[in-house]
Ligand binder design. Structure first.
Ligand code: IPE
Ligand code: IPE
Ligand code: MG
Length: 247
């Protein structure tokens, strides 16, 4: 049976987030430079985005570049930025054809100007699309996002008369980059690493976590489908007891 047929369409995660990891190791295993892995990672992105759209997921967030990734060798960082531009150029038509809407989270103002301009143009071009929302996390880190939210709250509370008791989860979330995006139901990390690496710390409070040894350039839609099948076997209790959920 086709793997996709095993997925219960009535219990799809609304939002899947992926920490795309293992490009460098994939390339090195093949005796190549790390950037060769990043280039092949684009194929994995393409297939995963198509698979997510085919399934009817609402949101797919991909961790593409963290604020800490600036600390990599300049040659690798430069190559990643160039790859971002060439990928936007090569994938634009497919994204539009598949009705995908592009969004970003992260400090995109801190990206090189030409990357930012390309991104903004594609965000604008796809803004009317009603299919999958593809959220790229670029120059993103969860601690940056949270500290930034706190700064903006303090600045707004100086301007507006906010009662401190009004500050609750809902209030706080409006200051995050993800303010219009539901929390991920499922978080996937590839490459056999078991850590979060400063990704969506607030938003994954109740996400189901799924780890796979597959290195990102080898990841394809069937790997996404496997993660979702695994997700569908879990019971999300949100603090309640199993008995309460069955009532
Ligand atoms: C993920 O692959 C891509 C980015 C972080 C940009 P890595 O480049 O981290 O690959 P490994 O983890 O070193 O193998
Ligand atoms: C996390 O991967 C960031 C992205 C996938 C963009 P890293 O490879 O940077 O994470 P660490 O350094 O191994 O934790
Ligand atoms: Mg890595």
């Amino acid at each position: 049976m086709d793997l996709k047929e095993k997925i219960d369409k009535n219990n799809l995660p609304e939002h899947v987030a992926i920490i795309m990891d293992g490009n460098g190791r994939w390339a090195q295993k093949k005796g190549n430079q790390r950037i060769f892995g990043h280039k092949n990672g684009v194929k994995a992105v393409r297939d995963t985005v198509e698979g997510a759209g085919e399934l009817g997921l609402q949101y797919l967030t991909l961790y593409a570049f963290s604020t800490e990734n600036w600390n990599r060798p300049k040659q690798e960082v430069d190559a990643l930025m160039t790859l971002l531009i060439t990928s936007i150029n090569s994938e634009t038509d497919t994204l539009i054809k598949n009705n995908v809407r592009l969004m970003t989270i992260g400090d995109t103002d801190g990206l090189p100007k030409n990357v930012n301009e390309k991104l903004n143009a594609l965000i604008e071009k796809t803004s009317v699309n009603k299919g999958l929302k593809l959220v790229l996390a670029l120059n993103y880190s969860a601690r940056w996002e949270i500290v930034n939210a706190v700064k903006n709250i303090i600045s707004d509370t100086k301007k507006m008369d906010v009662n401190i008791n009004e500050i609750n989860n809902d209030f706080f979330e409006k200051y995050l980059n993800t303010k219009d995006i539901p929390d991920p139901d499922l978080l996937v990390r590839t490459s056999g690493e078991y850590r979060i690496s400063n990704f969506l710390i607030w938003q994954i409070a109740y996400s189901e976590l799924y780890f796979t040894d597959v290195l990102w350039p080898d990841f394809r839609r069937n790997d996404l489908f496997n993660a979702i099948i695994n997700y569908q076997q879990r019971e999300r209790r949100f603090g309640k007891t199993s008995e309460q959920l069955k009532k």
